[in-house]
Structures are given as structure tokens and as C-alpha cells.
Design a protein around this ligand. Structure first.
Ligand code: SF4
Length: 525
């Protein structure tokens, strides 16, 4: 059902005027006086974060030591991609969420270079750091308030590829020259390449790696752990999440593994598990869960407010990377909630027209992650939610009692098992295929945009089942093939063209804004 925006959008109507063939846009977007000034103020704020970061001598040193650091020049451009075409509350929601993600990543980098043996070399600080896997819930750190969980892959690989589409290509070549096959998932492969080239910062008393239960993650973790342990003397624990994570008979094993990880950290850092801190964090985890569910409920209506890549990236950061450990997130959640409620009541829309309601499934292409915002403006397709945001929905024990202390290990294991990505790509057809159709029903979706990440084999294996069942249920299923972090395989426009072709040939529709159907951004950050 098409919904029209009865409020005229101030400022630029055709967004194609913003693009040229360069790395950045031709000019800033005109959104009317109020929203242009707001957006410009936030742009200056992002620049101030960068300026405050770069004036520190150890960060300048890091700029020259680590090849991936140069990507951070593109931070303001990344935020501009997420806010393209937005006005009113949706503009403010994206800025509130993404500006805080930028701040959080800058803090992570501050910590990394403070402890890094090659730049800050603060040995006392480094002894209080635990390297934790990017693909892990940091739940096992909730009871260690005096330690720092350092997710060094996040700025080195994950965020760098959001900023610059070519950030991983060099490291993928390094990994393949070392004999790793080219059909491995580019995310763990690039991380392995970074380790082979010795381009990760080196710090920490110990490390905890977590399997994503896929072939790529096992390969990457093996290579990285060897360098950490043999060359840098950083003992590394393998927290092994079970494959069929919803089955009752794996939960005792998973809880025991969490106990082992905690004992390992205590042994190597000298810190003691603190139950008061744990239950404090558990309350925040429950708060995050309730807020995410409230936003999803709002997205089930005709007037979704918090959607797309910012929804997913904010959830990644808050749910997985933070996992209730920082008191700085709840006020940001509340601010977003206030905007979302206000926007919902005022029936704010992001585009002149909504034609389709889509669930985004599969693992997203990192280097064109702003495609969901483009989709709203180009075709009037609203991304209601995405696979990476459909994580834990149940509340964990948050009151300190003897029974809850035992339950806490099961809760931490549950959070770890329901980590972003793994909880759907692995765990069987029920979590990957069956639950998708439930979400379509709950959220009134008529379309599924199916990211087919060609190196994610467990997900690709279900291709035929998705096709068959979508046909039966009358859901439009649009396959969009990509290679996650490697734009040389599918370019950004090749990715957008898969949707363009479907919309023109199958749906027989014309774009809402034809000036952005093809974008000259192949050379852009
Ligand atoms: S995208 Fe797939 S293959 Fe790549 S790390 Fe995630 S689960 Fe593994």
C-alpha cells in the first residue's frame, strides 16, 4: 500500500545534484534553513571529534604506522551518506545514533593507541586491557569494571570499510599471497591479512577470541591467535559458541565455556569478577533490549522512524560492543526514543512516498551500507529492519541473588550465542528461514531484500528454500549479490543495479528520484 507524505519536503528534491565524480559530494544538501543549520552543526561536531583525536602525538604516530588509519579522513562523508535526503526527526535520530557511534569508535582508538606497544606504549594501561573479538558479545567483560575490553578489529577492519570501500583490498591481496583462498569471507580474510602484515596494534594482558561458527572465522582466528601468542606473548582463549545455539542440550556447555573465559581473564589480569558490576550492566542490557523492541514495534506501523544502516550499526555498537558496560549509552537511547516518539506522532516520513515495506535479510555489503537510505529515496522502499538487528529479545536476570549468579552464566552464554550475524547465519533453517517469514508477518512487510553474500556459505546454502517459500507466501524476494568487503567483485553500482532491474522489470515501477538511480561513486570513498 502506497503512503504519501502530505508535508512538502523543504530543500533539494532531486538528490542526484549532490554527486560528482570525486571522492566527496559536489556540495552539502539544502534541507531548508532549520535542518541545514542543524546538519551543519553536527558536521562541525564530527570534525571536532577528528581534530581532538588527531592532535595527540601518539595518534599522529599511529597515522604514519598503520595504513588503515588514513580511512578515517572520510568520517564526515560517511555520516553524510546516512543522512542524505532526511529532514526533521529522522535526520536527528540518525545524527544522534551515528555521531555517538563515531565518538565511541574514536574512544576505542584512543585506548588502542594508548596501550599499543608501537605508539603510546602505556604498559600499566595495557596490562588492564583484554583484546576481545569483534564478532563477540562482550558479556564476559560485564563483571570486570576495572578492565578495558578492546575490540581492535572494529576500527581496523569493520569501520574502515564503512568509510572507504577500498580499505580492505590490500589486506585481501596479502592474505591471498599467503595462500588463503579467494572464496573465503572477506571479513575474516582481511583481518587475517592485517595480522599477516603485522598491521594490528599490539596491546593487552590477554585475548579472547570467539568463533562465528563459519569457516572464515576459524581460519582468521587461527592465524591471528598464533601471532598474538607466539610473537607477542599474549595468551589467547577460544570461546567456542555452539553451532545449534537454540538447542537445550548445548546450554550447559556454553555456560561452562563462559565460566572458563572468566577464569582465564582473572588468571591473566589479576582482576576479580565483580557481581555488583555485572548486575548493573545486566539492567542496562535489558534496557537496550526493551528500547530495540519498541523501535521495531514503531517500524511495524505506517510510520517507521529509526531504520536502515544507522539502526543496524547503532544496535551493533550498543548491543554487542557495549553490552551494558557503559553508562553513556542509556541517555543516547532516551534521546533517540524521544525523537522517534515525536516523529511517529507527527507521522514523519523520510521520502515523498512509501511504496514497499521491506525486511533486509542476509549479511550486508559493508562498502555500500548506505544503500538502505538510497533505497528509500530512489524507490520508496522502507527498510523496516535487518537481519543483524534481530538479536536477543528476552530479558536476562538483573537482581543479585544466589540463583541469579548461576543463571548469569547461562544469560551471558545466551547473549554470546545470539550475537549479531552468527545467530542467523548459523543455527539451522529455523533461525535463518522460518523466522524471516514470521518477521514479515509481524512487521507487515511485502518485500524481502536478500543480501546474498557470496562467501557466506551457510546462508547461501538456503537459496532454494528462500525462493520456494517466498513464492508460496507471495512475498517479493529481491536477491542482491555482493562480496561483503571487496568492491572489486561487485561494484556499488552493480549492487544497486540488481535492485533497479527488479523494480523496473518485475515490479514495473519508475523510481521516485531517477537522478540517483545511477550514482557516479565508483571512485568515491
Ligand atoms: S558473513 Fe558469513 S562467512 Fe562472513 S564472517 Fe559472517 S557468518 Fe562468517
Amino acid at each position: 500500500m502506497t503512503i504519501h507524505n502530505d508535508r512538502a519536503r523543504p530543500g533539494d528534491q532531486n538528490l542526484g545534484v549532490l554527486f560528482n565524480e570525486g571522492k566527496v559530494r559536489r556540495r552539502r544538501e539544502w534541507r531548508g534553513v532549520k535542518d541545514t543549520l542543524y546538519d551543519y552543526g553536527r558536521w562541525l561536531y564530527i570534525l571536532s571529534i577528528l581534530a581532538r583525536f588527531i592532535v595527540k602525538p601518539r595518534n599522529i604516530k599511529a597515522m604514519f604506522r598503520y595504513r588503515w588509519m588514513a580511512n578515517y579522513l572520510a568520517v564526515p562523508h560517511m555520516v553524510d551518506k546516512f543522512t542524505m535526503g532526511l529532514r526533521d526527526e529522522p535526520l536527528r535520530i540518525v545524527h544522534t545514533a551515528m555521531d555517538f557511534v563515531v565518538y565511541d569508535v574514536a574512544q576505542t582508538m584512543e585506548n588502542i593507541f594508548r596501550g599499543d606497544r608501537r605508539t603510546g606504549n602505556d604498559e600499566k594501561f595495557s596490562a588492564k586491557c583484554v583484546l576481545t573479538d569483534e564478532n563477540a558479545m562482550t558479556a564476559f567483560m560485564m563483571g570486570f569494571p576495572t578492565l578495558k575490553a578492546i575490540l581492535r578489529e572494529v576500527p581496523t577492519m569493520f569501520v574502515a570499510n564503512l568509510l572507504n570501500q577500498y580499505s580492505t583490498t590490500h589486506y585481501l591481496d596479502v592474505a591471498q599471497q599467503a595462500g588463503i583462498p579467494g572464496d573465503v569471507c572477506p571479513m575474516p580474510e582481511a583481518e587475517a591479512g592485517i595480522s599477516i602484515e603485522d598491521d594490528f596494534a599490539v596491546l593487552g594482558a590477554c585475548a579472547v577470541q570467539v568463533n562465528t561458527t563459519c569457516d572464515g572465522s576459524l581460519m582468521g582466528n587461527g592465524i591471528i591467535a598464533k601471532r598474538l601468542e607466539r610473537e607477542y606473548g599474549i595468551p589467547t582463549f577460544q570461546l567456542v559458541a555452539p553451532m545449534r545455539h537454540r538447542e537445550a542440550d548445548v546450554q550447559d556447555y556454553a555456560a561452562q565455556d563462559i565460566k572458563n573465559a572468566i577464569a582465564f581473564i582473572e588468571e591473566h589480569t589479576g582482576a576479580k569478577w565483580d557481581w555488583d558490576a555485572y548486575f548493573e550492566c545486566a539492567k542496562r542490557v535489558n534496557d537496550i533490549t526493551r528500547n530495540r523492541l519498541a523501535w521495531l514495534e514503531m517500524n511495524s506501523t505506517n510510520y517507521p522512524q529509526f531504520v536502515g544502516a544507522p539502526f543496524s550499526l547503532y544496535n551493533d555498537t550498543n548491543y554487542m560492543g557495549n553490552c551494558g558496560r557503559s553508562p553513556k549509552f542509556p541517555p543516547i537511547d532516551r534521546k533517540i526514543m524521544k525523537y522517534a516518539q515525536h516523529g511517529y506522532e507527527a507521522k514523519r516520513m523520510m521520502a515523498p512516498e512509501y511504496r514497499h515495506r521491506a525486511i533486509i535479510w542476509g549479511v550486508q555489503p559493508q562498502y555500500v551500507i548506505d544503500m538502505l537510505n538510497w533505497m528509500i529515496h530512489c524507490w520508496g522502499i522502507v527498510p523496516l529492519t535487518d537481519m543483524l538487528s534481530m538479536v536477543n529479545t528476552r530479558e536476562i536476570a538483573e537482581v543479585d541473588t544466589p540463583e541469579n549468579r548461576e543463571q548469569a552464566y547461562y544469560d551471558m552464554a545466551w547473549l554470546n550465542e545470539n550475537m549479531i550475524m552468527r545467530n542467523r547465519t548459523h543455527g539451522g533453517y529455523k533461525v535463518l528461514v522460518d523466522e524471516l517469514w514470521q518477521f514479515c508477518e509481524q512487521m507487515n512487510a511485502d518485500m524481502v531484500i536478500m543480501w546474498e553474500h557470496m562467501s557466506c556459505k551457510a546462508l547461501d546454502g538456503m537459496h532454494g528454500q528462500f525462493e520456494e517459500q517466498a513464492r508460496e507466501k507471495g512475498i517479493h524476494l529481491v536477491w542482491v549479490c555482493h562480496d561483503l568487503c571487496d568492491p572489486r567483485v561487485y561494484t556499488r553500482q552493480a549492487i544497486r543495479d540488481q535492485l533497479n532491474t527488479y523494480m523496473r522489470t518485475v515490479m514495473r515501477e519508475e523510481p521516485l528520484d531517477p537522478t540517483i538511480e545511477v550514482l557516479p561513486d565508483e571512485k568515491a570513498w
